[in-house]
Design a protein around this ligand. Structure first.
Ligand SMILES: [Zn+2]
Ligand SMILES: [Zn+2]
Length: 235
């Protein structure tokens, strides 16, 4: 019997492509398979610093390194019957528009072809990317927008100009970071036009499966998911 709703994880990292990832794509997919999810979205960190260390390589090769975790996950997803899509957790190279040095943003609906054609995305500004996301139809949400600082050098996350965002990750279930989800919920209440997602921000096995989103079947691509998130505005 086919299911009416499919369960997805919206926010995951792999050790192949995220420097802070402690779980291989294979183990990540196996873990979500055991937890009964129907699919997950790989959102490895897409940061200026990551690409700077490979700056001597052509963009296509930099992207191959960045995409390795996603590629491995797709392979294991195919084997185990999980739908694997991918997005970005992007950080910008500016601190304008109220952006913090450690603010992160989730992007859904961007394709590998689009990324390959735009090497400038590795060093984008918040305002520049926001405008581009609108033009391209990508969903652009601030991740864990109220997260507390976690070291002396870290200033924590700050919500930026709300008009630059499609919405926020209203619940981030990372078990180590202090996400202050109740503050994020208050921010959402102040900005009712925002779309919302929830995610585990999985970096290791114990951090998997702490949040989920259910989507109406069929879900055959990330585009189907983006459409259903956008439909929150009509509810
Ligand atoms: Zn991370
Ligand atoms: Zn993350």
């Amino acid at each position: 019997m086919s299911k009416n709703f499919l369960r997805f994880e919206m926010h995951t990292h792999t050790s192949e492509s995220s420097p802070c990832g402690e779980i291989t794509a294979k183990t990540l997919v196996e873990t979500y398979h055991k937890l009964g999810y129907d699919g997950l979205i790989i959102t490895d960190h897409f940061r200026p610093k990551f690409f700077d260390q490979y700056g001597h390589l052509p963009w296509v090769e930099q992207m191959a390194i960045y995409r390795e975790g996603g590629r491995q996950a797709a392979y294991w997803g195919e084997k185990l019957g999980l739908k694997i899509f991918w997005g970005l957790e992007i950080r910008f190279s500016d601190v304008a528009a109220g952006d913090s040095r450690v603010n992160d943003y989730l992007v859904y609906g961007i394709t590998e072809e689009e990324l390959l054609a735009m090497p400038e995305l590795a060093h984008q500004t918040l305002r520049g990317f926001s405008a581009l996301a609108r033009k391209m139809g990508w969903l652009f949400l601030q991740a864990h927008p109220c997260r507390s600082p976690y070291s002396n050098e870290d200033e924590g996350c700050h919500i930026v100009d709300p008009t630059l965002l499609d919405g926020i990750e209203v619940l981030n279930a990372h078990p180590v970071h202090l996400s202050n989800n109740e503050k994020a919920a208050q921010e959402k209440a102040r900005n009712p036009q925002w779309l919302t997602v929830m995610g585990s921000d999985a970096h290791f096995v114990a951090g998997c499966g702490l949040a989920h989103m259910d989507y109406q079947a069929p879900v055959n691509s990330i585009t189907d998911i983006v459409k259903q998130i956008r439909a929150q505005r009509q509810e």
